[in-house]
Design a protein around this ligand. Structure first.
Ligand code: HEC
Ligand code: HEC
Length: 308
């Protein structure tokens, strides 16, 4: 091999390597630009959704007040909600014969943040408090509305195990008194759809207003301790609001196949994340995007989270 051939081969290799490096750099740059554009699009979408929500709840100056109190009450139908409250613990909703029965209240403990903090068929029970504020339901956000979620809870063998709604309604209709009560508040009386609707009306009454956080949001500064107030600043600085936003601090987005859970009422729950394996709030924070904090910041943030 002559020296000339050798050098031209080396030269060609160098050129190839340079071209490859340029291509990789160009590709990375294009990827970064696409990611930035996607982030901007999502941000604009989120801002629009946030504004719509705030308008819906009569909260003014969207964007200037990131922490907003819950409205004390969502509009709901009293008569229907009353029926729904009774159905929440009605064993006729389930086909299960186990002693406590798979009623809603068996898994959604109202005195413990709306959840038993247990895992059923691989998924942690989510709170029923503030459910009416969510824009999607279940751990993957796969159901678009509360009626669909409650319908699934009643029918599905993993939850109440009630079987098809029509059958549930037929079981309940054997109770003439109950059928009459349905006729008072629904023109078409006791149907599967109306059973679901009554439960939904009841869920609208399960709102966690009146927490220290609500008072603080409404301007009563000293309802949070100095450490908790500092925690609220850490929350903003760490970007938690990017996903956990709106009146219930979550329940409005799905990120990488996981619904962003609402953080309101967090202090009462005893297990976290979809698999329910993490039992310590302190351990959840470092697992979150932006959660890589100094020990002091993390402590303040957790104190704040417990006030929600
Ligand atoms: C066997 C326990 C069990 C029973 C019984 C049960 N649930 Fe659930 N519930 C769960 C679990 C577990 C989840 C979480 C499911 C998921 O994320 O995919 C859940 C989720 C929900 C959600 C969605 C919450 C959210 O933010 O996504 C609502 C609403 C709900 N249940 C209401 C009810 C109602 C109403 C009843 C009675 C008709 C009921 N549940 C019965 C365990 C139960
Ligand atoms: C990119 C979106 C995103 C950001 C930013 C984010 N989270 Fe989360 N967070 C999620 C998702 C998604 C889940 C649910 C994961 C799951 O269920 O497995 C979650 C779950 C949680 C939970 C568990 C709640 C429960 O009831 O199970 C806590 C607590 C939490 N986040 C706090 C924070 C804090 C504090 C910050 C800021 C340091 C933060 N998150 C930032 C998306 C986010």
């Amino acid at each position: 091999m002559t020296r000339r051939v050798l050098w031209s081969t080396v030269g060609a290799c160098v050129v190839l390597v340079l071209v490859a490096a340029a291509l990789v750099a160009w590709y990375r740059q294009a990827q970064r630009q696409a990611a930035a554009a996607e982030a901007a699009r999502l941000e604009a979408e989120a801002a629009a959704a946030r504004e719509a929500l705030y308008r819906q709840f009569g909260i003014d100056a969207p964007g200037t007040r990131l922490f907003v109190p819950l409205p004390p009450e969502l509009p709901y139908h009293q008569g229907r909600a009353k029926l729904g409250r009774a159905l929440f613990n009605d064993r006729r909703l389930t086909r299960s014969q186990i002693s406590q029965g798979l009623v809603c209240g068996a898994c959604h403990h109202l005195g413990a943040g709306g959840t038993d903090s247990k895992v059923h068929h691989g998924v942690l029970t989510r709170s029923v408090y503030n459910a009416a504020f969510a824009t999607s339901y279940l751990h993957d956000g796969s159901l678009p509305d509360l009626h669909a979620a409650v319908g699934k809870m009643i029918e599905d063998p993993h939850f109440c195990w009630g079987g098809p709604l029509a059958g549930v309604a037929a079981r309940l209709a054997q109770d003439a008194n109950l059928a009459k009560r349905f006729q008072v508040v629904y023109t078409d009386g006791l149907t599967g759809t109306n059973v679901v609707d009554a439960v939904v009306e009841y869920l609208k009454t399960l709102v966690t207003d009146g927490t220290p956080y609500d008072f603080w949001c409404a301007g009563h500064v000293d309802r949070l301790t100095a450490e908790q107030r500092r925690g609220s600043e850490v929350y903003l600085a760490a970007g938690c609001m990017d996903c956990h936003d709106g009146p219930v601090l979550g329940s409005r987005k799905v990120v990488r196949g996981r619904k962003v859970p609402a953080l309101r009422g967090l202090g009462l729950r005893k297990a976290y994340l979809t698999e329910g394996k993490v039992k310590d709030l302190d351990a959840v924070v470092p697992m979150m995007p932006g959660g890589d904090l100094s020990p002091e910041d993390r402590k303040a943030l957790v104190a704040f989270l417990k006030a929600l």
